[in-house]
Ligand binder design. Structure first.
Ligand SMILES: Cc1cc2nc3c(=O)[nH]c(=O)nc-3n(C[C@H](O)[C@H](O)[C@H](O)COP(=O)(O)OP(=O)(O)OC[C@H]3O[C@@H](n4cnc5c(N)ncnc54)[C@H](O)[C@@H]3O)c2cc1C
Length: 389
């Protein structure tokens, strides 16, 4: 049974609006009801709980900040962050599905799509009738996506797309993919590729030890005819996909706190119940030091993201500020997961508790959406005005 209680050491709830708390609590209730009871089984079997996609749409997890006219609930960015926190408290893989759908598929269509594209795709993505994926990474271009070789050629009313994307979340189950590819002038453009287009396949990537409840795959394009009406007209160049990553990284910064809170809450409860040497292990100084450091780091991360959320609501959150929060919070969460795992002793490695799953998931989270080291370079670039990559 999911008995999670969230730590709020600095009384941050007092800074949240009633709407924020309502959205957060509703998401938490959904996670307790629909995710927690099944997630360990799906993760152990490396299966994607596809039935949750429609539910995620129903509870407003897809495109929380997309306006109502396009099917979204039109919430602010702090609400979006709190939702991602709660979902990742359940599982980083489920949060990945939400992040991709909201920030990497709906956001570019909303921000750079034509009116016709917005009307056609956003409402279906908001309800979960459509699941989307985002294709930027390629086999030979990960941290350096600007080198991509996936490209398309003009062929009248459509273009011909060739190439392959790798490590794509949701790929095996997606109905549409926002794909970044170069035109004949070498300029990066976004294309909406739809399942069923001839020559478009999405083979699944197997044998992952991380994000096992999230489906990952390739997007392969073999002379795919994409109508010109499916090209995002609003923006081109590498800045377009990077702006989507900013939105997703913002959600990850919040989400990582969720995973950390779950590990902390589990370890705290276990340490009060587990008796060794005649008393609860929570009574030993070394265990208390771990707990003290966990709550300190969680609180620092909560403050960082809350301020970042305010800046994002005002349209003032920079990419470098988002990088700092993503980098810090995921590192914080992975560290807490490792410490919490130790506090549970042997039980910590079993699926009876969520900690080991969080720890393995976070190994992906620290790598995708810009690796830990690449975010350090983004900060370094901002500080010195010299790019080290
Ligand atoms: C589970 C999962 C899901 C994913 N989902 C998606 C998705 O939906 N869509 C998508 O487009 N991509 C996705 N990715 C891809 C992810 O964004 C890439 O894995 C990530 O950008 C790193 O690229 P890479 O794996 O090719 O590593 P590489 O770029 O090869 O990096 C390897 C190592 O070298 C380091 N490195 C690279 N360049 C430098 C440098 N200049 N200086 C110092 N160190 C450097 C990196 O930090 C890293 O430690 C996903 C990845 C995973 C694991």
């Amino acid at each position: 049974m999911d008995v999670f209680q969230h730590p709020d050491y600095y009384l941050l709830d007092e800074l949240l609006s009633d709407e924020h708390k309502m959205v957060r609590d509703a998401t938490r209730d959904w996670v307790k009801r629909s995710v927690s009871p099944i997630i360990e089984d799906y993760a152990q079997r490396a299966a994607f709980p596809e039935h949750l996609v429609k539910e995620m749409g129903e509870v407003g997890l897809f495109g929380p900040y997309i306006p109502e006219e396009y099917g979204g609930p039109g919430l602010d960015h702090i609400s979006y962050g709190l939702m991602m926190q709660e979902v990742e408290r359940g599982d980083s893989g489920i949060r990945s599905t939400c992040s991709v759908q909201s920030s990497l598929v709906m956001y570019p269509i909303y921000a750079y799509g034509s009116e016709e594209q917005k009307q056609r795709f956003l409402p279906k993505l908001a309800t979960g009738e459509y699941l989307g994926s985002f294709g930027l990474t390629e086999p030979n271009f990960g941290s350096n996506p600007g080198g991509m070789t996936t490209s398309f050629k003009d062929a009248g009313d459509h273009v011909i797309l060739n190439g392959a994307k790798m490590w794509i979340s949701n790929a095996p189950f997606c109905h549409v993919a926002v794909v970044w590819a170069k035109n004949e002038e070498g300029r990066i453009k976004g294309l909406i590729v739809e399942r069923g287009m001839e020559g478009f396949t999405t083979p699944e990537t197997h044998n992952k030890w991380s994000l096992r409840a999230s489906a990952t795959g390739e997007l392969v394009f073999d002379n795919v005819k994409v109508p010109k009406a499916n090209i995002l007209p609003g923006r081109d160049g590498l800045g377009a996909p990077l702006s989507c990553l900013d939105s997703a990284r913002f959600g990850i910064a919040w989400g990582a706190i969720g995973a950390a809170m779950d590990c902390y809450d589990t370890a705290l409860r276990y340490s009060k119940e587990r008796i060794q040497f005649g008393k609860p292990i929570a009574g030993f100084q070394l265990q208390q030091k771990k707990l003290a450091e966990m709550i300190t780091e969680i609180t620092k991360a909560q403050l960082l993201t809350f301020r970042l959320g305010q800046l994002k609501n005002e349209g003032r959150a920079s990419s470098a500020q988002i990088s700092m929060a993503k980098r810090n919070n995921v590192d914080m969460a992975i560290h807490i997961a490792r410490e919490a795992r130790q506090m549970l002793g042997g039980m910590g490695i079993t699926g009876d508790f969520s900690i080991m799953r969080h720890m393995m998931n976070l190994e992906s989270v620290i790598t995708y959406e810009g690796t830990h080291d690449i975010h350090a370079l983004i900060l370094g670039n901002y500080q010195t005005d010299i790019a080290a990559y």
